[in-house]
Write a protein that binds this ligand. Structure first.
Ligand SMILES: Nc1ncnc2c1ncn2[C@@H]1O[C@H](COP(=O)(O)OP(=O)(O)OP(=O)(O)O)[C@@H](O)[C@H]1O
Ligand SMILES: [Mg+2]
Length: 268
């Protein structure tokens, strides 16, 4: 029997595709008595790249750090609201941060490889998570470096120090390191701001391939970068998520005055 459209849309596989892999509902963050983020609700789907934009100090990094509970490490920081991953709220004291960060990886502004070899940078975390088989680790190292478009440049020097790589290569290594844990979500906080234009382009070109099967969330100050790499954009202003939508709509037909002013350079 031929399935009707309604039946096929209701099938579990499609339901799963439609469901967000990660979402927040009314998240608030305080640093001491400074209310840095207000009632932020957003959802993130596999295969999508979401850009977080807005002026300096508006709460982009604060929000990003909520998504894998990085803010927990900041003394005096309090987070309220729901942060749902794999159908449960992770914003609870019981959440296992070690396991969570395996699934929700993070790449920072400054490339931060470990002071180890290129190979060890990738193999270290999977080994800590129990992978001891040398052949499997070798495969994982190659697959992750290929995934981060770095394999051809480093395949002959896997046992050399990662710190001898260029800044752009180090950042791709950090992306490979995140990929090695096969995360569902990768968070990137201004990953290109310390890089030259060519290295920036290399990272941007990577974005779509690493988004296959996972959600990517990237903070950027570079509006061209947001339009080049993302499908969805969320605009933050003074601790509030003011507007979100398809990237094309956000940049070509902003609905809110504050976003319009921001895009036309009235404040930065
Ligand atoms: N560790 C912290 N302790 C205290 N206050 C903080 C901390 N981190 C951020 N803040 C404050 O929270 C607010 C939001 O900061 P956040 O770093 O999230 O902004 P941002 O949008 O990422 O800015 P930028 O674009 O400059 O990186 C700011 O007022 C900032 O001073
Ligand atoms: Mg920031």
């Amino acid at each position: 029997m031929i399935e009707t459209l309604e039946q096929s849309v209701a099938s579990p596989a499609l339901e799963e595709l439609k469901a967000p892999v990660l979402y927040t509902k009314d998240v608030n963050v305080w640093y001491g008595d400074h209310h840095a983020l207000q009632d932020t609700s957003l959802d993130f789907h596999k295969g999508e790249i979401t850009a977080l934009i807005g002026p300096s100090g508006c709460g982009k990094s604060t929000y990003l750090r909520c998504l894998n509970l990085m803010n927990r490490e900041i003394q005096g920081c309090q987070i309220t609201g729901e942060i749902f991953y794999r159908e449960h709220d992770i914003n609870t004291p019981e959440e296992d941060l070690y396991e969570l960060r395996k699934s929700i990886g993070m790449v920072f502004q400054q490339p931060n490889p470990f002071p180890k070899t290129i190979y060890e940078n990738i193999a270290f975390a999977p080994r800590c998570h129990g992978q001891r088989n040398k052949a499997t680790l070798d495969e994982l190292v190659e697959e992750s470096l290929r995934g981060a478009a770095l394999w051809d440049e480093v395949k002959d020097k896997l046992n050399k120090s990662a710190q001898a790589l260029s800044g752009g290569q180090q950042q791709r290594l950090c992306i490979a390191r995140a990929l090695a844990l096969k995360p569902d979500v990768i968070l990137l906080d201004e990953p290109c701001s310390a890089l030259d234009p060519i290295s920036t382009l290399a990272i941007e070109e990577l974005m779509h391939s690493i988004a296959a099967g996972r959600a990517i969330i990237i903070v950027t100050h570079n509006m061209e970068q947001a339009t080049r790499v993302s499908n969805r954009t969320a605009f933050f202003y003074m601790g509030e998520m003011v507007e979100t939508g398809e990237t094309e709509q956000i940049f070509n037909a902003p609905k809110s005055q504050r976003l319009n002013d921001y895009l036309s350079g009235r404040f930065s």
